[in-house]
Design a protein around this ligand. Structure first.
Ligand code: FAD
Ligand code: S2G
Ligand code: ZN
Length: 488
C-alpha cells in the first residue's frame, strides 16, 4: 500500500535476481519482450486505481504461449516468482508484484490473437491478452454475441477475466466467465503446457480441471488461451430507467420482470441516490432522467435475438404491473440506442465518479436476492452509526444478488482519517454479508486486499482444500505468491 517501501522514490527495478536469468529471459523473448527500463516498467507495477505499487526484477512480455512456457520454466528453475498480468484493471491488487523486487511481472498483453471463430460450434478461441471488447467485436463480426460485459472492457483482457472469473452486467442472463468457458490452455508453474482447448459442451472424462484455473487469480498457472461460448446476436433491446422507494421494491420488480419477460431479462442494475448524485456531479453530459430526487433507481433491460420480439410492449406490461403493485415512483423507457447508451452511461460512470470524491472503500458482495432489503437496511444502519455522515454508494448487479458497497467519507473528513477506518468499516460490511449467508467477494476476487479475510469467512476445511490444490500445482509457491490464500 502507499506506506510501504515500494512507494518511496526507489527505482521500481531491482537487481534482486541474478543476471544469468535475465540473460536467458532475453534469449527466450528478445528485446521486445524484456522490459527493465524503470519508466517503461512503471505502468506494470501498479493497478488501475494506483492503490497498490510494487517493484520487479523485470517485466517480461512473451509473444506466444510457447514463449510463456519457456519464461515460466526458466523462472521455475531459478526459483523466481512470477506475477501474471493482463490489463491491470483488477480491484484487489492481484496483478501487482510485491515490494521485494525479486519477482518477474509477466504481462500477457502481447498474446493478442483470435485463433478461431467457429459459428457451427458457436465458439471462439482467443489468446489471453485479447482485450474483452475485441472479443465482443470478433463475435459481432461473425454475427454472434460474446456476452461478458463490464465497465473495464476497453482495457481488461480475457486472461484476467478468466483468472478473476469476471461477472459484469449480463450475469443474470449468461452467467460469469466460468459459465462462458469450454476449454483452456494453461502454462503450469513448472513451465509445462496443459492444452485443454476443447470446445465440447459435454466431456465427462474425469475432473473438470479448467475450473481450478478459472478464478485462481494467477496463483495456479498462466492462462494463455481459451475456448469461449458464443450466443445468437441481439437484434432487439428495450431499456428503462425507474425510480424506486427502497431495495424491497427492486427485488419485487425483478420478480415481475422475470414473470413477464423470462430469459429476455438481461440487465438489472440498482443504484442508490448517492450513486446518481456523484455521477451527475462528475460525469460530463449526464442528466437526471427524472425531475424529482428519489431514494433508489434501477436500469432494466430486455433483449432478444429476434428483431421483432415485441420487447417494448413486454417491458411496458411489466412496468404497468409494477406500478399497479406500487413498486415504482417513476419510469421512463429509452427511445433509441442513443438514449439507451445514455442510461448505461449513468450506471457505468459510478466507479469513476466516486473516485473524484476522495478515497472509496470498495466492498463487492453477494447475498441471496431475497435478503437484499434487510441486508442493506442493517448494513447502512451500522455504517452510519460508526461514521455519521458517511456517504454510501450502493449499486450494481442486483439481478444476481451482487452489490458494490463503496464508501466515501463524510464531507469535510480528512481522506487519511477516513482511510484509517477502512478495516473497521470493511468488517461491518463483511460481518453483515456473512449474517445473510453471502460472499465477501462476488466478482472481483481476493487478490492481496482480501486474502487475509478468508480465515474469518470461509470454513477451515475449505481453506485446507485450497492449500492442497496450491501445493499440488505450485509446490514451490512461485505463482503469484501472497495472493488469494491467507499467509500460513
Ligand atoms: P489484471 O488486473 O491484470 O489481473 C487480475 C488477476 O488475474 C491478477 O491476480 C492476475 O495475476 C491474474 N491474471 C491476469 N491475467 C492472467 C493470465 N493470463 N493467467 C493467469 N492469471 C492472470 N470486474 C467484474 O467482475 N465485474 C465488473 O462489473 C467490473 N467492473 C469494473 C469496472 C471498472 C471501471 C474497473 C476498473 C474494473 C472492473 N472490474 C469488474 C474488475 C476487473 O476489470 C476484472 O477483474 C477483470 O477481469 C480484470 O482483468 P485484467 O485483464 O485487467 O486483469
Ligand atoms: C462495477 C467495479 C467498479 C467498482 O462497476 O460493476 O464491478 O468501483 C464494479 O467497484
Ligand atoms: Zn461489478
Amino acid at each position: 500500500r502507499r506506506d510501504d517501501p515500494a512507494h518511496r522514490s526507489e527505482s521500481p527495478v531491482s537487481n534482486a535476481v541474478d543476471r544469468d536469468l535475465l540473460v536467458r529471459l532475453h534469449e527466450a523473448v528478445g528485446s521486445a519482450g524484456l522490459v527493465t527500463d524503470p519508466d517503461r516498467m512503471r505502468g506494470h507495477l501498479t493497478d488501475w486505481r494506483d492503490a497498490y505499487r510494487g517493484r520487479a526484477a523485470a517485466v517480461v512480455r512473451p509473444g506466444s504461449a510457447e514463449e510463456v512456457s519457456r519464461v515460466v520454466g526458466l523462472c521455475h528453475r531459478a526459483g523466481v516468482a512470477v506475477v501474471p498480468q493482463g490489463g491491470n484493471t483488477g480491484l484487489c491488487g492481484g496483478s501487482v508484484p510485491d515490494s521485494s523486487g525479486a519477482q518477474i511481472a509477466l504481462s500477457l498483453t502481447r498474446l493478442r490473437r483470435v485463433r478461431e471463430v467457429d459459428p457451427a460450434n458457436q465458439t471462439i478461441t482467443v489468446e489471453a491478452g485479447v482485450v474483452l471488447e475485441n472479443v465482443q467485436r470478433a463475435a459481432r463480426e461473425a454475427g454472434l454475441l460474446f456476452p461478458l460485459s463490464l465497465g473495464a472492457q476497453g482495457n481488461c483482457t480475457i486472461g484476467g477475466n478468466l483468472a478473476t472469473n469476471a461477472g459484469g452486467t449480463a450475469v443474470l442472463r449468461y452467467g460469469t466467465m466460468r459459465d462462458l468457458t469450454l476449454g483452456l490452455e494453461v502454462v503450469l508453474p513448472d513451465g509445462r503446457v496443459w492444452d485443454g482447448l476443447r470446445g465440447l459442451r459435454k466431456d465427462n472424462t474425469g475432473y473438470d480441471l479448467k475450473h481450478l484455473f478459472i478464478g485462481s487469480e494467477g496463483t495456479l498457472g498462466v492462462i494463455t488461451a481459451a475456448v469461449l461460448t458464443l450466443f445468437p446476436a441481439i437484434r432487439s433491446r428495450a431499456t428503462a430507467w425507474v425510480a424506486l422507494p427502497d431495495p424491497q421494491a427492486a427485488v419485487d420488480l425483478i420478480g415481475v420482470l422475470r414473470a413477464t419477460a423470462g430469459p429476455r431479462l438481461t440487465g438489472c442494475e440498482l443504484m442508490s441516490a448517492q450513486s446518481l448524485e456523484f455521477v451527475l456531479r462528475h460525469v460530463p453530459g449526464t442528466r437526471d432522467p427524472f425531475t424529482g430526487a428519489h431514494p433508489w433507481y434501477a436500469l432494466v433491460e430486455l433483449s432478444d435475438p429476434m428483431a421483432d420480439a415485441g420487447l417494448d410492449a413486454t417491458l411496458e406490461t411489466a412496468l404497468g404491473a409494477a406500478f399497479d403493485r406500487e413498486l415504482l415512483l417513476d419510469a421512463v423507457v429509452a427511445e433509441g440506442s442513443a438514449r439507451i447508451a445514455a442510461l448505461w452511461n449513468l450506471r457505468e460512470g459510478i466507479s469513476e465518479a466516486q473516485n473524484q470524491e476522495g478515497p472509496s472503500l470498495k466492498h463487492d458482495v453477494t447475498v441471496p436476492i431475497g435478503s437484499i432489503p434487510a441486508f442493506v437496511r442493517e448494513t447502512d444502519e451500522a455504517l452510519r452509526a460508526a461514521v455519521p455522515g458517511i456517504r454510501i454508494v450502493t449499486y450494481g448487479h442486483v439481478g444476481d444478488g451482487n452489490l458494490h458497497y463503496n464508501l466515501s467519507g463524510p464531507l469535510g473528513m480528512e481522506p487519511d482519517v477516513f482511510r484509517a477506518r477502512a478495516e473497521e468499516l470493511a468488517r461491518i460490511v463483511y460481518d453483515s454479508t456473512a449474517r445473510f449467508a453471502g460472499s465477501i467477494s462476488a466478482e472481483h476476487g481476493l487478490g492481496q486486499s482480501k486474502r487475509d479475510l478468508l480465515a474469518d469467512y470461509k470454513p477451515a476445511v475449505e481453506i485446507e482444500l485450497m492449500r492442497g490444490v496450491k501445493r499440488l500445482l505450485d509446490p514451490a509457491g512461485l505463482m503469484n505468491p501472497g495472493k488469494v490464500l491467507p499467509a500460513e
